[in-house]
Design a binder for this molecule. Structure first.
Ligand code: SF4
Length: 301
């Protein structure tokens, strides 16, 4: 939940999740729509699906007990090298390294690594350094957590607080006065703008929605018909969107423009706005629906 999301945003989600699905068994058995609903608004929905798949694997292959071997942890859906290191060291006190953005910054500065940390060879070097440090530590959990904390609170990307840093005496970047050059930056991400046309079909106070198919981002979510997952409708020349919503996915800056249309080639399910509150809907479509609600609700005959 915390990936790319602030702690204050996550807390209510976490509490609701733990109230609804307090055990691995409950998570493994939950309906996928319920999982998506609990995650609605956090984005990166594959994480929610992976959590459920991991719970199912633990129930079927590990008798419902979370495995404590790093190799077994790594085999769980959605768990990569970083998560394996975090669980193994923090939950089980094992000498497994973790490397995130904060730790990259600290280690490249302490050891004066000037190469771009996005390059594979440099990444591997950083992982090996992290491994060496955690292997030498008495308390692996504290070592990894203190590295993360140091990166988050002292070794800032710009203007690190070297005067307050407990490892200042060992830091090559401080000694060489080149903290502003380390870690080396790669090319900036180039964002691409994308427009999606969203079609509004309302009838008797209800609105037509479709479910996103499997195999694409946000699969299983309900959304207004659109030209991303369905056909493009020819709009009158002067058609203007009724409302718009923006959201970003990976390198795309997406603008959803909503148009009112006559019944077209769209199949789906008609929802009242109160029904909709129980179903998972992505944040951008939710925003358009919020705008529409007072208008569509008035069309009840
Ligand atoms: S001395 Fe400065 S640059 Fe080096 S780890 Fe500490 S805060 Fe970061």
């Amino acid at each position: 939940m915390l990936q790319q999301t602030q702690v204050t945003t996550v807390i209510p989600y976490w509490k609701r999740w733990m109230r609804t699905l307090p055990t691995l068994q409950k998570l493994a058995r939950a309906k996928p729509a319920r999982i998506l609903k609990l995650w609605e608004g956090l984005g990166y929905y594959s994480r929610a699906r992976n959590l459920q798949s991991a719970a199912q694997k633990i129930v079927t292959e590990h008798a419902g007990i979370f495995p404590n071997e790093p190799e077994q942890i790594r085999e769980l859906p959605g768990v990569g090298r970083y998560t394996t290191g975090a669980i193994s060291s923090i939950a089980f006190g094992q000498a497994e390294p973790i490397v995130d953005g904060n730790i990259v910054r600290i280690l490249t500065r302490i050891f004066g690594i000037q190469q771009n940390p996005k390059e594979k060879k440099t990444q591997e070097k950083i992982w090996q350094l992290a491994q060496t440090l955690v292997s030498a530590a008495k308390d692996c959990s504290s070592l990894n957590q203190s590295l993360m904390e140091l990166g988050a609170t002292v070794c800032h990307p710009s203007q690190p607080e070297c005067e307050n840093c407990p490892v200042a005496r060992s830091c090559a970047a401080k000694r060489e006065k080149n903290t502003h050059l380390i870690p080396a930056r790669g090319k900036p991400i180039r964002y691409e703008d994308k427009e999606i046309k969203v079609y509004l079909l309302a009838h008797n106070g209800k609105i037509l929605l479709q479910q996103r198919p499997e195999g694409i981002t946000n699969a299983g979510f309900w959304e207004l018909p659109n030209n991303e997952t369905g056909p493009e409708i020819t709009l009158p020349k002067r058609a203007r969107p009724i409302t718009s919503a923006k959201h970003n996915i990976t390198k795309y800056r997406i603008k959803l423009n909503a148009y009112s249309i006559k019944p077209g080639p769209f199949k789906g399910r008609w929802f009242t706005f109160s029904d909709l509150r129980k179903f998972p809907v992505s944040a951008a479509h939710r925003k358009i629906l919020k705008f529409l609600e007072p208008h569509v609700s008035r069309t009840i005959e």
